[in-house]
Design a protein around this ligand. Structure first.
Ligand code: HEC
Length: 176
C-alpha cells in the first residue's frame, strides 16, 4: 500500500498545487470535472461506480500472465506477493488463509482494489478493460464464477463471495 499511497498523494499534491499542469498553480480554485474524475474512482459494494466494459476468463488469463503472475504465481497461488486463491473454509481453523476467495466479502472490491493498487509496482496503469479481464480471471481461479461467465457492471455485484456473511458488526458483541 505504501507505493500506492505515495502515488496518490503525489497525484493529489499535483492536482492541488498545479505542479502537474502547465497552466500554473490552482490553489483556491474549484477542481474541474476532469480533475475530479481522475481521483473519483471508488466503487461501492453494490457496484455503484463500476465503469462500462466486460471481462472474460480468456481475456483475463492474458493480462494476468503478463502483469500479475510474476508476483502472485501463475494460478494465484502466491509468490513474492500473497496468494490470491485458496483458503476457502480455512478462516475458522488454526491456520486461516486469507485470500480473495476465502476472505473478501464483495467481488466489486476486487475491481476497485486492482484498478487503484495493482500492479504493485505500476498502480493505476491498467485500463478498465484490463481490470475487468483480470477481475474475471481471479474470480474464476477461485472457483467463484464459471469458465464462461462474463463480468460487467450488472453481473459483478451479483457474484456471491464465499465469505459474504463472515463479517460481524464488532460494535454489537451480543451473540446472534
Ligand atoms: C510487483 C509485484 C506485484 C504485481 C506485478 C502485482 N501485485 Fe498484487 N500485490 C502485490 C503485493 C506486494 C500485495 C500486497 C499489498 C499490500 O498489502 O499492501 C498485493 C496485493 C494484491 C491483492 C490483495 C490480496 C489480499 O487478499 O490482500 C490483489 C487482489 C492483487 N494484489 C491482485 C493483483 C493483480 C490482479 C495484479 C495484476 C494486474 C497484481 N496484483 C500484480 C504485488 C504485486
Amino acid at each position: 500500500m505504501f507505493i500506492y499511497r505515495t502515488v496518490s498523494l503525489a497525484l493529489i499534491a499535483g492536482l492541488t498545487t498545479g505542479s502537474a499542469n502547465a497552466a500554473g498553480p490552482k490553489l483556491g480554485q474549484a477542481a474541474g470535472d476532469i480533475e475530479i474524475a481522475v481521483v473519483d474512482i471508488d466503487i461501492a459494494p453494490d457496484g455503484d461506480g463500476l465503469p462500462k466494459g466486460k471481462g472474460t476468463v480468456a481475456d483475463g488469463v492474458e493480462v494476468y500472465m503478463e502483469k500479475c503472475a510474476s508476483c502472485h504465481g501463475s494460478r494465484g497461488e502466491g509468490g513474492s506477493a500473497s496468494a490470491l486463491t485458496g483458503g476457502i473454509g480455512s478462516l475458522a481453523t488454526n491456520a486461516p488463509v486469507k485470500t480473495v476467495g476465502s476472505y473478501w466479502p464483495h467481488a466489486t472490491a476486487l475491481f476497485d482494489y486492482v484498478r487503484r493498487a495493482m500492479p504493485y509496482d505500476k498502480p493505476m496503469t491498467l485500463t478498465n478493460d484490463e481490470t475487468w479481464a483480470v477481475t474475471t480471471y481471479v474470480l474464476w481461479l477461485n472457483g467463484v464464477i464459471g469458465r464462461t461467465d462474463v463480468m460487467n457492471a450488472q453481473t459483478l455485484p451479483k457474484v456471491r463471495m464465499p465469505n459474504r456473511d463472515g463479517f460481524i458488526d464488532a460494535r454489537d458483541g451480543r451473540p446472534k
